[in-house]
Write a protein that binds this ligand. Structure first.
Ligand code: NAD
Length: 487
C-alpha cells in the first residue's frame, strides 16, 4: 500500500489523481471530512492547472485508439466495469456513506446496483443504436454517431458515483475519453471507479480522474481547447462560470442543475399515497435535485393532508446513516447546514410558520421541516435550499395550481397527484419541467430524456439523448454509381 492510500471502513482508497493509467500525486492536499462525525477521513491530492492539463493530454492521446475500438469491444469492457462494481457493492456503499453521509442501506440496495446498471445500459444501448440511412434523389444519406473527443465530466457530492457514472458510461460507450472531476466534499468512490475500470481492461488514458477544488482546477479543464464536451451536474452559479469558461472554444455543454420542484396534490388524489411520497422528499436529508420541495395542496384537503404528513414525518428516524433503521442522515458539510439554517431563519422572520422542525438538530443534522404561510415570491419558495425543508401552499382551482407550480425560475421536475386522468393530462401539459411524475415519484428509466428547463439545465441526457450529446453526429451523402449531373 502506498503512503497515498487510506483505509476507509476497511477499504483501501488511493487519494491521488489517475492520469494516463498512473496514479499521480499533487504536492498539496485537501482534507476530506466525513459528515457522520466530522472526522478527517484523509488528505486528497489537490489538483491544479498542471494536473488538469496532464489529464486532458492523456485523454487526447488515448482518444484515437479508443474511438477506433469496435462497439462490441467497448460494450464488453463496460460490462466488465459493471461486473467489477457489482463485486464491490459493499465496499463502494460503505465508502460512499462515510464520505457523503447518505444512507448505507440505499447505497447497498439501490444506488450501487444502479451504478452497475449505468454501464450495462449504455453498453447495450450502444449496440442497438442504429445508423440511419435515407435517400435523396438516388443519393444515400448515411447518418453516423462519431465519437466527439475528450470529455470533461464534473459532478456534485449528493449522489457522487451515481451521477459520475451516469455521464462516464455513455461518454465511454460513445467512444470518447474522459476526465472526471468529482466534488471535493465526496472524492473517494471516483478513485475506486478508476481501479475498477483499470481491472476491467479499460486502456490507460481513456478514463482519467483529477481531484481538487472546482475553483482551483475547474477553469483549466473547462477552457481547454482539446476538450470536446463538458457535462456538468451541480449548482446554477457554478454552471454560469463553466458556461463562460467553455465559451472560449464554444465547447458544447450539458448542464444538469438545481430545482425547486412542485408536488401538487388535488382533492381527488389518493391522499395516503400523496402523503407517503411527500414525506419521501426528505430522503438524503433533502439533498436531492429532483425533490418536490414545494407542496401545493388543494385547500379542501390541506388540513387532512397536513395532519397525516406530520404524523408520518414524526416517525422518521434521524441518525447514523450506517444504521439500517435510520431514515435521514446528516447534511454534507457545516457550510451546507449553515446555508439551510439561514434560509429557514429568514423565512421564519418573514412570517412563515414551522409546522414541524424549523431548527438544527444535534451535530450535522437539520430537523425535517415543513413551513406554511409562505408567499410565492418569498426566498424560501423561490430558491433551492438543498436540505430537509419543504414548504406548503394551498390552492382552490387548477389554474392557480399550475400558476404556483410554474412560478419559479426552475423547471427540473414536477409531481402531480390526482385521481382524474383528464386532469392529469391537462395539468401535465402545462407544467414547465424536464420530468413530470403522475401519482408516483422518482421512477427513472435510463432510456428516458433527463434534464431541466429554465435555470434547471441545458440539454437532455439519457438513452439516445446521451449519444446525441456525446457524439459528433455526421451526415454523409453518397451519389449513386455513375452520377454526373452537377446541374
Ligand atoms: P457545485 O456547483 O458547488 O459543485 C459541483 C461541482 O462543480 C463540484 O465538483 C465542484 O468542485 C465543481 N466546481 C466548482 N466550481 C467550479 C468551476 N469554477 N469550474 C468547474 N467546476 C467547478 O454544486 P454542489 O453543491 O456540489 O451540488 C449541489 C447542486 O447540484 C444543487 O444545486 C443540486 O440541485 C444540483 N444537482 C443537480 C442534479 C441534476 O441532475 N439536475 C443532480 C444532483 C445535484
Amino acid at each position: 500500500m502506498s503512503e497515498h492510500t487510506i483505509t476507509v471502513a476497511g477499504v483501501a482508497v488511493d487519494t491521488r489523481h489517475w492520469i494516463g493509467g498512473e496514479r499521480v500525486a499533487s504536492t498539496q492536499t485537501f482534507p476530506d471530512v466525513s459528515p457522520i462525525d466530522g472526522s478527517t477521513i484523509g488528505e486528497i491530492s489537490r489538483g491544479t492547472a498542471m494536473e488538469a492539463a496532464a489529464a486532458v493530454a492523456a485523454a487526447k492521446a488515448a482518444f484515437p485508439a479508443w474511438a477506433a475500438t469496435s462497439r462490441a469491444q467497448r460494450a464488453r469492457i463496460l460490462h466488465a466495469i459493471a461486473d467489477g462494481v457489482e463485486k464491490r457493492i459493499e465496499e463502494l456503499a460503505i465508502v460512499e456513506t462515510t464520505d457523503n453521509g447518505a444512507l448505507l442501506r440505499s447505497h447497498r440496495r439501490g444506488v450501487m446496483p444502479r451504478v452497475a446498471h449505468n454501464f450495462r445500459f449504455f453498453a447495450d444501448w450502444l449496440l442497438q443504436l442504429d445508423h440511419e440511412d435515407f435517400d435523396t434523389r438516388g443519393h444515400t444519406n448515411h447518418v453516423s454517431w462519431d465519437p466527439a473527443g475528450p470529455c470533461v465530466l464534473i459532478t456534485p457530492w449528493n449522489a457522487p458515483l451515481m451521477l459520475a457514472t451516469w455521464k462516464v458510461a455513455p461518454a465511454l460507450a460513445a467512444g470518447n475519453t474522459v476526465v472526471l472531476k468529482p466534488a471535493e466534499w465526496s472524492p473517494l468512490t471516483a478513485s475506486l471507479l478508476a481501479d475498477i475500470a483499470a481491472e476491467a481492461g479499460l486502456p490507460a488514458g481513456v478514463l482519467n480522474l483529477v481531484q481538487g477544488y472546482g475553483s482551483e482546477i475547474g477553469d483549466a479543464l473547462t477552457s481547454h481547447p482539446d476538450v470536446r464536451r463538458i457535462s456538468f451536474t451541480g449548482s446554477v452559479p457554478t454552471a454560469k462560470r463553466i458556461a463562460a469558461s467553455a465559451a472560449a472554444h464554444l465547447t458544447p455543454l450539458s448542464l444538469e442543475l438545481g430545482g425547486k420542484s412542485p408536488l401538487l396534490v388535488f382533492a381527488d388524489a389518493d391522499l395516503d399515497l400523496a402523503v407517503d411520497l411527500a414525506v419521501e422528499q426528505y430522503d438524503n436529508a433533502g439533498q436531492v435535485c429532483l425533490a418536490g420541495t414545494r407542496l401545493l395542496v388543494e385547500e379542501s384537503v390541506a388540513e387532512e393532508f397536513t395532519r397525516r404528513f406530520v404524523e408520518k414525518a414524526s416517525g422518521l428516524k434521524q441518525g447514523d446513516p450506517r444504521d439500517e433503521a435510520t431514515d435521514i442522515g446528516p447534511n454534507i458539510h457545516p457550510r451546507q447546514l449553515e446555508k439551510i439554517d439561514g434560509f429557514v431563519r429568514r423565512a421564519l422572520a418573514a412570517g412563515a410558520r414551522a409546522v414541524i422542525g424549523g431548527h438544527r438538530g444535534d451535530g450535522q443534522y437539520y430537523a425535517p421541516t415543513l413551513l406554511t404561510d409562505v408567499a410565492q415570491d418569498s426566498e424560501i419558495v423561490q430558491e433551492e435550499v438543498f436540505g430537509p425543508v419543504l414548504t406548503l401552499q394551498t390552492f382552490t382551482d387548477e389554474e392557480t395550481a399550475v400558476r404556483l407550480a410554474n412560478g419559479t425560475r426552475f423547471g427540473l421536475a414536477a409531481t402531480v397527484f390526482t385521481g382524474d386522468p383528464e386532469r392529469a393530462e391537462r395539468v401535465t401539459a402545462r407544467l414547465v419541467a424536464g420530468t413530470v411524475w403522475v401519482n408516483c415519484f422518482f421512477v427513472r428509466d435510463l432510456q428516458a430524456p433527463f434534464g431541466g428547463s429554465r435555470l434547471s439545465g441545458v440539454g437532455r441526457e439519457g438513452g439516445t439523448w446521451s449519444f446525441d450529446f456525446y457524439c459528433d453526429v455526421k451526415n454523409t451523402v453518397t451519389a449513386p454509381k455513375g452520377w454526373k449531373d452537377h446541374g
